[in-house]
Unconditional design. Structure first.
Length: 443
């Protein structure tokens, strides 16, 4: 049996490793168009900010290790440019080998998503950067390392934009973040995200909301962003971080069904519209765990889980993907924001009625030094079923959202939150944990 994998990072590499563990004999070939496989995408902003100091730490594994440890044939600088689903073969383009074909019994697609770059005037300036992979990171780091880089514009207040703002501030750069929406961090509701915006401003980020960039102009050593409302802003570099689009152009005309934004359509076995072909990760449209409608949520956890499921499926183990819940977390300087499930905006869009409670408990017992307030928002149905939660605070935010995310996975209600027996000693929590408290208030 021969399995080909397109994309060698989160989804692709986890599918490959699981496949090998399940089956020692399958031929596995993994194609990666870039130089690196299995790199730590999520660590890239922290390397630019120098919290992670060694570049080698970003490279989790290498083609040689995949060969030696798992007997997987990894081919880097190898771009799959065409999939022939009928004749079960792909065409690869590589600078070394030129164009060639490879046949398959099963194909796993994990090409991921790439930064969305709007088609506006001046966008091809060399002073404009985006961040997806190690070469992008090297380019940004090089610019930041230069003495004369003192100011940056970040376009987009999503997770990557916010992480980059912190990293650049840490490097002594003056940062202005432009956001088109009335608030940054769209996974959170506007009442909650105020915590993040306040922290960013206090740490020196100039936040400009409701600002749509319409054009750039590159002058000799500066770049100017022109906004729709007539504002303009000049800096040394620009980071574009306004979201991602699936990297699936090579699948046009392949018979593999794509959604309207180019995501690969899969079923709960992660199988595409073609029987022998599976797809995972940022490139696919999946069901949302909470309302079961189609969604695309680009996160590393789901990509890894889906990779495992595909390997199971190919080996005859009927594991199913039950949907993405959107559990995510972000460090914003000294505070943490985390969320899971649907927010009010999402729920209003699909007309699902809901109730909300806000609680502001301490992260641990008040009489033990260092306790900090957590702002926790719980969203649930009339019958008590939990639909989502969001939290901001200095400590203990991750644990509370993860507990609620777990309860949601298991179909939990607000009543279940009151019953959870969670670990407690004064340095860590209170006898009534913030999660219990949210349940009590919601009841
Ligand atoms: P990717 O990891 O993007 O891998 C796809 C690979 O396929 C790429 O290397 C690409 O070069 C290759 N490829 C594409 N097309 C072809 C082709 N035709 N032929 C050959 N190779 C091809 N998620 C979190 O959950 N938490 C975080 O903190 C977090 N931080 C992030 C920070 C940054 C800066 C970035 C960029 C992403 C972050 N993510 C985070 C998102 C996470 O990295 C992705 O959800 C995850 O990597 C998706 O895995 P994937 O396999 O679908 O795609």
């Amino acid at each position: 049996k021969k399995v080909l994998i397109v994309g060698g990072v989160a989804g692709g590499a986890s599918a490959a490793a699981r496949l090998r563990r399940l089956d020692e004999t399958t031929d596995i070939i993994m194609f990666e168009k870039g130089e690196f496989i299995s790199f730590a995408n999520c660590g890239l902003p922290y390397f630019i900010g120098e919290t992670i100091q060694e570049r080698s730490k970003l490279l989790v594994t290498s083609p040689e290790m995949m060969k030696n440890r798992f007997n997987i044939d990894v081919r880097v600088f190898s771009e799959v440019i065409k999939v022939d689903a009928v004749n079960k073969k792909v065409t690869i383009n590589s600078p070394k080998e030129g164009q060639y074909e490879e046949t398959f019994d099963n194909l796993i697609l994990s090409p991921g998503a790439k930064p969305f770059i709007p088609n506006i005037s001046g966008i091809d300036s060399k002073k404009i950067y985006s961040l997806r992979n190690v070469p992008d990171t090297d380019r940004i780091k090089k610019a930041v390392d230069q003495q004369n880089t003192g100011t940056a514009i970040i376009v987009g207040g999503g997770y990557i934009g916010v992480e980059m703002a912190e990293s650049l501030i840490q490097r002594g750069i003056e940062v202005t973040l432009l956001e088109n929406a009335p608030h940054i961090l769209s996974p959170f509701d506007s009442d909650m995200v105020a915590h993040a915006e306040k922290e960013m401003q206090e740490q020196g980020v100039q936040l400009m909301l409701n600002q749509r960039v319409e054009a750039f102009q590159d002058d000799e050593d500066k770049i100017t962003a022109y906004m729709k409302d007539g504002n303009k802003l000049t800096a040394d570099i620009v980071i574009m971080a306004i979201g991602v689009v699936p990297d699936t152009a090579f699948l046009q005309n392949s018979n593999i069904k794509l959604g309207q934004n180019g995501h690969i359509i899969v079923d709960d076995s992660m199988q595409t519209s073609v029987e022998s072909i599976y797809a995972v990760g940022d490139a696919v449209e999946v069901k949302h765990f909470v309302h079961q409608q189609n969604t695309a949520i680009p996160l590393a956890g789901p990509a890894n889980k889906q990779g495992r499921i595909v390997a199971d499926q190919i080996c005859g183990i009927p594991t199913k993907y039950k949907g993405t819940q959107g559990t995510s977390i972000i460090k914003i300087f000294d505070i943490t924001g985390a969320c899971t499930g649907l927010n009010e905006r999402n729920l209003n869009q699909v007309n699902i009625p809901y109730k909300v409670v806000h609680v502001h408990p301490l992260s641990h017992a008040g009489y033990y030094p260092g306790a900090k307030t957590i702002s926790l928002k719980l969203i649930f149905k009339e019958d008590g079923k939990i639909l989502g939660a969001q939290a901001f605070g200095v400590e203990g935010v991750d644990k509370r959202i993860d507990v609620i995310a777990t309860a949601m996975r298991l179909g939990g209600t607000i009543n279940d939150l009151t019953e959870l027996e969670l670990s407690y000693a004064p340095p860590y929590s209170s006898a009534k944990d913030p999660v219990n408290m949210a349940g009590y208030v919601a009841e």
